[in-house]
Unconditional design. Sequence first.
Length: 338
Amino acid sequence: MRKPVAVITGAGGEIGHGLIDRLAEGGDRHIVTIDVSRLDESISRKVDREITGSVTAKALLDRVMAEFEVDRIFHLAALLSSRSEFTPVAAHEVNVEGTLRLLEFAQHEAESHGRPVVFIYPSSIAAYGLPSLEAKTNAGRVGEDEYLHPTTMYGCNKLYCEMLGDYYARHYKQLAAETASGKVDFRCVRFPGLISALTLPSGGTSDYAPEMIHAAARGEPHDCFVRPDTRIPFMAMPDGVEALLTLASAPRDRLGRTAYNVAAFNPSAEEIRDVVVKAFPSAEITFRVDRKRQAIVDSWPQAVDDSAARRDWGFAPRYDFDRAFSEYLIPTIRKRYS
């Protein structure tokens, strides 16, 4: 029997790099990557096949299906939140149509080789939409099935794709004579704001946290675009990579859901500023609210209930607020500019 294959879409980002490193260390499956850009040479040598192209291209997926027996998919490719607001049609094409094509690919692949395909999908707290600041404050830790009325194109895309994944896993072609569902083993992580020490902030809606550190490390004054009291859940990037791998390896019969909240800490913007200024005493960080982006952040929960992930598949982030900043973010970013 041929060695099983893991496909990673959008592999050029930091999550993709982390997954490739870990899967290559394990050595138990071939790695095939799909990205619109070429991978860095440092990571491309660790994969068995690098394919340059879009997940929206049916011919590309047909080629993968003809060459490999895929049993695991990490679908990272996406048009992210800020860009999606400027190009909503393109966002739908990439985020929704690309995901739908890949789900259909997984279905056919499972039917072809006779075993389920584990489909790992990173979603986002953008899938939530709380109606007011008062509701946000009163909601406390929000569960997976509450306040699902997103206000951004990216959030709408993510929530719909979560539902598509659940459909393929549980209800696919439910009127057919023979059961067709269950061949796609869809598993979704609904990420909070992911903070990376290795990737530059790109203007994302939750990037106000890493932007403070990078500006301080460069010795540049910085205006944070949210209010000091703004609070949403966050997670350090290494814990995000670990969450995807842990969920992918969990026994199917332990999973009571297809989509899971995860989070690690939820400081206010002012608390983040205080930690950064303590590490960089000369830092000049002030608050100048961007009304439009603030409204988006205000629609996201201040905390999420991730008890299901901790119970069902042992989710346990290594980095709390203090460790994330003191041991991972600040030292690594400081070194970048030293």
